[in-house]
Design a protein around this ligand. Structure first.
Ligand code: AMP
Ligand code: GLY
Length: 424
């Protein structure tokens, strides 16, 4: 089977590596890819937003499955466009990907169908939002409803902070029209985890639970990023907890989407807070997580290509938990100093040849005059898979020491919460 992957991050590199293990895989194409993926995949100079050209490319290269990495093409309806031309594509339709595109929609859905989440109120007028904040206790969470590259949620500890957040989102329009509508919600206390279910519209299959590290600094301090590291499986989500999550969140969400005339096909990524009163949804995403995918896929003891193809074709026969290898995976993100704020690119990366324990997945890298240079905020992912989480952590950090580029930054405490959990 010829396959096309759309996207350019560590997530897409991880998908590429797992797909190429499949005995069904023939030619694998990636658009736009990055310096690491395009070392082995075939690429083409087509804008990810140009659905017409991508459709023509898929047809002329006999692509039998297209896999979408990021959310933007999904919310712009790439699945609708490919399917209307008779092409097979993995991911939710425009109508179903509203679960990520509109937090206001997803909160209303959860309320209507009794899916556990934080209490909330939706605002389109900033004076109303300010008055609401003045009459509520803090901490409180202020969120732009639309897509904001993972940076649209602000946890505010006092009124001064929440009023500032509302002003930035609704008046200064820091997230443009993604902030036309705002969700203000109750602060939930607990530990976070990411759960992924691949659905074919009727049934679903569960992948290994993971934990991301969103804040830029050690100890979960500083502004939120796309994710500074991850590990799987997350011991916080044991079998009993997963059972509760399936029954109270995954199944009702997929049923609700069907009832709303937006059947969900593709991967449903549920960001969860495990609170004292049980798991609650923080948000839904309509795609694989980054950097969670980098640790989930090495543990998957199944053919990813067959799985995604069956999802796209609506061929699952039952719900289930996918088989996992008895291993632990940890991903350390090497970032450009300054990220998620301002940072510089174009710095040469060295040491990629001296990795012994891990796999290096590329994210923000480009090939310039035969040299691999930095080209984004999150540059590389060092992923180590081992018999224990502690060993996976040791392997990834040891390899990271060999990689060098100017201003390189990484967190030192990736996986610590999980290691503590296992060793308590
Ligand atoms: P979101 O963009 O909705 O996933 O939120 C980004 C991050 O903000 C989450 O990963 C949490 O760390 C934090 N967050 C969002 N909503 C809440 C909430 N209601 N209570 C506590 N923390 C939250
Ligand atoms: N790691 C969080 C995300 O992919 O949105």
């Amino acid at each position: 089977m010829n396959v096309l992957i759309l996207g350019s991050g560590g997530r897409e590199h991880a998908i590429f590596e797992k797909i190429r293990e499949s005995s069904s895989a023939e030619k694998i194409f990636c658009i736009p890819g990055n310096a690491g993926i395009n070392d082995s995949a075939i690429t083409a100079d087509i804008a990810v937003s140009n659905h017409r050209e991508l459709i023509d490319f898929a047809k002329s290269n006999n692509i039998e499955l297209t896999i979408i990495g990021p959310e933007n093409p999904l919310t712009r309806g790439i699945v609708n466009d490919f399917e209307s031309e008779g092409l097979t594509i993995f991911g939710p339709s425009r109508e179903a990907s509203i679960l990520e595109a509109s937090k206001a929609y997803s909160k209303e859905l959860m309320r209507k169908y009794g899916i556990p989440t934080a209490e909330y109120k939706i605002f389109t007028d900033h004076t109303d939002a300010e008055n609401y904040l003045r009459s509520h206790t803090h901490p409180i969470v202020v969120k732009a409803s639309g897509l904001a590259a993972g940076k649209g949620a602000k946890v505010c500890t006092d009124l001064e902070q929440s009023l500032k957040a509302i002003r930035e989102i609704m008046v200064e329009k820091c997230f443009k029209d993604a902030g036309d509508e705002v969700v203000i919600e109750e602060f939930m206390k607990g530990e976070e985890a990411s759960v992924f279910a691949i659905s074919d519209g009727n049934y679903y299959k569960i992948l290994a639970p993971a934990q991301d590290h969103k804040a830029v600094y050690d100890g979960d301090r500083g502004p939120n990023t796309g994710g500074m590291g991850s590990y799987a499986p997350a011991p916080l989500i044991d079998d009993k907890m997963m059972y509760i999550i399936e029954r109270s969140i995954i199944e009702p969400t997929l049923e609700a989407m069907k009832a709303e005339g937006r059947p969900y096909k593709g991967v449903l990524f549920v960001g969860l807070m495990i609170t004292d009163s049980g798991p609650k949804v923080i948000e839904y995403n309509c795609r694989f997580g980054d950097p969670e995918t980098q640790v989930i896929l090495p543990l998957l003891d199944a053919d990813l290509l067959e799985l995604l193809y069956d999802s796209a074709k609506g061929r699952f026969a039952e719900n289930g938990i996918l088989p996992l290898k008895n291993k632990h995976s940890l991903c350390l993100v090497l970032a450009s100093g300054g990220y998620p704020g301002k940072y510089f690119t174009g710095y040469e990366i060295t040491g990629l040849g001296s990795i012994s324990n891990s796999k290096v997945l590329h994210a923000g890298t480009v090939l310039e005059n035969n040299k691999t240079v930095t080209g984004g905020g999150r540059v590389l992912n060092v992923v180590c898979t081992a018999d224990s989480l502690r060993e996976a952590k040791k392997g990834a950090y040891r390899d990271a020491e060999n990689i060098k580029f100017k201003d390189m930054y990484f967190r030192k405490d990736i996986g610590d919460k999980g290691v503590k959990y296992y060793e308590k």
